[in-house]
Design a binder for this molecule. Structure first.
Ligand SMILES: [Fe+2]
Length: 159
């Protein structure tokens, strides 16, 4: 018998240290999760459908016992995952968090930057009125056709 019983929508396991090997960063093996076999015994055959972690200060993804693992970066400083002339290199840039949308059959992981970069492309909010009432197919045609108002009339508005 499985204990605890499976959750109706499955379980997301959140922990600090990700259960991953980190071959690209020698320093990471000094701080990786120990005794991963013990966690594997718990996750194997369970209702866990996603593992969320942090600790590394960079985003990375893998599988653990067939379960997707998502490692969020950091909001303070990030870590260069492949420093050339440093054992460890903390960087003041690229800070982000990971937004998770849980659907019945999948998880969607979206990295959200915490520091906005310079805008290089935009469509103004007035496009919303233009696509109001269109079917998805019509709106898709409007977005992809180079001569449509989406790509001409509404370009560079609301900057
Ligand atoms: Fe940590």
């Amino acid at each position: 018998m499985c204990w605890p019983p499976p959750a109706e929508h499955g379980t997301l396991l959140a922990l600090h240290h990700p259960p991953l090997p980190l071959p690209m960063l020698r320093a990471a093996e000094l701080i990786e999760l120990l005794e991963q076999d013990r966690l594997a015994a718990v996750v194997r055959g369970s209702d866990v459908r996603g593992i969320l972690a942090g600790h590394l200060h960079f985003s990375t993804y893998s599988l653990f016992e067939g379960v997707p693992v998502s490692v969020a970066s950091a909001s303070c400083y990030t870590s260069d995952p492949a420093p050339v002339d440093r054992f460890v290199s903390g960087v003041d840039g690229g800070q982000s968090f990971t937004m998770i949308h849980a659907y019945a059959d999948r998880l969607v992981h979206t990295i959200v930057p915490l520091v906005a970069g310079p805008e290089v492309s935009a469509v103004g909010l007035d496009i919303m009125a233009a696509i109001e009432g269109l079917t998805v197919e019509e709106a898709r045609e409007m977005a992809s056709n180079k001569t449509s108002p989406f790509n001409t009339q509404f370009e560079d508005h609301d900057r």
